[in-house]
Design a protein around this ligand. Structure first.
Ligand SMILES: NC(=O)c1ccc[n+]([C@@H]2O[C@H](COP(=O)([O-])OP(=O)(O)OC[C@H]3O[C@@H](n4cnc5c(N)ncnc54)[C@H](OP(=O)(O)O)[C@@H]3O)[C@@H](O)[C@H]2O)c1
Length: 281
């Protein structure tokens, strides 16, 4: 069995390959990246793979039996990019595809779910065996920016008292590796989230507890939050996706208490307090 992972140069892909090396023969793992030079340090064979190069992808997938498609970070026709990958997988004779989707993608009203729902549909129509990993929010969506929040004197958002159950990239990456390594996960759709839920007020309180300095959560109207995100350099369309997710999170679209992720990992997910401590270190 040869398992290939796309987006191997990205943060999730790198972690997934590191974990997969503990579950499978590294010689049977392929790191797929636009620039294979970026993943030479991973210690597995690397091949060039660009979601916008259909012919190149078919060539890169020769001999691959299982393909993990990590959703693109390029929002310019993301559905088209993913369709290219799925069609290349079919043409190359890949047996099973895994895809990193978003929580409740088939019914979520979040703008960010549109590409994921469409990709899931393309996979279903392809006839390929599939494993869908519907990831919740990454804990790092907040913890990676704690320095900015602390500097500004407040954590900001538009989520009100919405409850999130995020997990760390490392936890989602491990689940991806586990699901890729075992064909028994074929045909499954997993809703993946952390064991612990929290509001942004509770997140700010945890940061305050660890730093010993008060950090309030400042809830903002969506248009104000959008303006701040844009002033920090986020493209308008991407800022809109984040604000939309915050506003709709109050209806539970970024929360899941099924325990499916910890079940796949066979351990509890990383605790919020530990993720905050790592980010502050
Ligand atoms: N659920 C969440 O909270 C959340 C948060 C952030 C991201 N995400 C999604 O999860 C994915 C993985 O997250 P991450 O943190 O690993 O993101 P990341 O570090 O930005 O990595 C994205 C990867 O996508 C690759 N990529 C972009 N365009 C490509 C193309 N045309 N062809 C092939 N590869 C391409 C990048 O390759 P290069 O190195 O060549 O640029 C990189 O390897 C993201 O792409 C995004 O869709 C989800």
């Amino acid at each position: 069995m040869t398992i290939a992972i796309t987006g191997a140069s990205g943060q999730l892909g790198r972690l997934a390959i590191a974990h997969l090396k503990t579950l499978a023969d590294p010689a049977q793992i392929v790191a797929l990246a636009r620039d294979p030079g970026k993943v030479a340090d991973l210690g597995v064979p690397a091949r060039a793979f660009d979601y916008t190069d259909p012919d190149g992808m078919v060539a890169a997938l020769q001999g691959v039996t299982t393909l993990a498609l990590i959703s693109s970070s390029d929002f310019n026709d993301r559905i088209g990019q993913h369709r290219n990958v799925i069609e290349a997988a079919k043409a190359a004779g890949v047996g099973r595809i895994l895809y990193t989707s978003i929580l409740k993608a088939d019914r979520s009203p979040l703008l960010i779910a549109v590409d994921h729902a469409a990709t899931e549909e393309i996979i279903a129509a392809s006839g390929l065996q599939a494993t869908i990993l519907r990831n919740g929010w990454y804990t790092e969506n907040w913890t990676a920016n704690l320095g900015g929040a602390i500097g500004a004197g407040a954590l900001i958002g538009s989520a009100g008292d919405a409850r999130f159950t995020p997990a760390t990239r490392a936890d989602y990456a491990q689940a991806l590796a586990v699901a890729a390594a075992d064909p028994a996960h074929a045909g499954k759709v997993y809703e993946l989230a952390g064991d612990e839920g929290f509001t942004l007020t509770e997140l700010a309180a945890e940061v305050s507890r660890q730093t010993g300095k008060p950090l309030p959560y400042n809830d903002l109207p969506g248009d104000v939050y959008q303006g701040i995100l844009e002033s920090l350099g986020l493209p308008s369309g991407f800022a809109q996706l984040l604000v939309d997710a915050d506003v709709k999170a109050g209806d539970g679209w970024l929360a899941d208490d099924s325990g499916t992720l910890s079940g796949l990992l066979n351990r509890p997910t990383v605790r919020l307090s530990d993720a905050v401590a790592v980010a502050l270190a």
